[in-house]
Design a protein around this ligand. Structure first.
Ligand SMILES: [Zn+2]
Length: 182
């Protein structure tokens, strides 16, 4: 009986992770209707799996995709796992840079660009903190990123139970929190 119970416990523990979602996620700015963000199921899947793997520590990576003609219609095609050299703790994450310029050069050839950053808030709301916004404003002003309006996506909560995404765009230096589309 005990062995059977133990076995089912381990079987549950070892079960392959199911895909987080098969639906894309969309956000928009209801105030002026000018901003629209689409996040691919593949990108959500990478964020979700890495959040599960990271357990109680923050993790994150970069967002890659394309812009519409006006630059405010954003398609997030890809989210990367944390690059080598990243450091993290319970309430903080510092993204490393190893391999990113090669990856981005490769994606530029496919017509895709650096769009911004994502990270995980373990067991917490996906609300951007003050330092989160400051880090994004720094990126907006850094010519190396070639990204004047970087996007921040945060996955918050418990990935296996209740979790959600937030999307915040830095526009002209200010943070605009976007609303999920129904
Ligand atoms: Zn954060």
């Amino acid at each position: 009986m005990l062995i059977a119970r133990l076995f089912s416990f381990f079987k549950r523990k070892m079960a392959p992770l199911s895909a987080a979602t098969s639906n894309p996620c969309e956000f928009s700015d209801n105030r002026d209707g000018g901003i629209s963000v689409w996040v691919s199921p593949a990108a959500i899947d990478v964020m979700w799996h890495n959040a599960v793997k990271s357990r109680r520590y923050e993790t994150g990576g970069i967002l890659i995709g394309s812009y519409g003609a006006d630059g405010l219609d954003i398609d997030v095609v890809e989210a990367t796992p944390k690059p080598k050299g990243s450091l993290s703790g319970w309430l903080w994450f510092q993204r490393g840079k190893t391999g990113l310029s090669e990856l981005l050069e490769d994606r530029w050839r496919l017509g895709l660009h650096y769009l911004g950053e994502w990270h995980y808030h373990p067991s917490a709301a996906p609300t951007p903190s003050g330092p989160d916004i400051e880090a994004m404003q720094k990126i907006a002003g850094d010519d190396a990123y070639r990204c004047r309006n970087p996007l921040l996506i945060i996955l918050g909560g418990s990935p296996r139970k209740n979790w959600s995404l937030s999307a915040t765009l830095i526009r002209d230096g200010f943070a605009v929190r976007l609303n999920p589309k129904d």
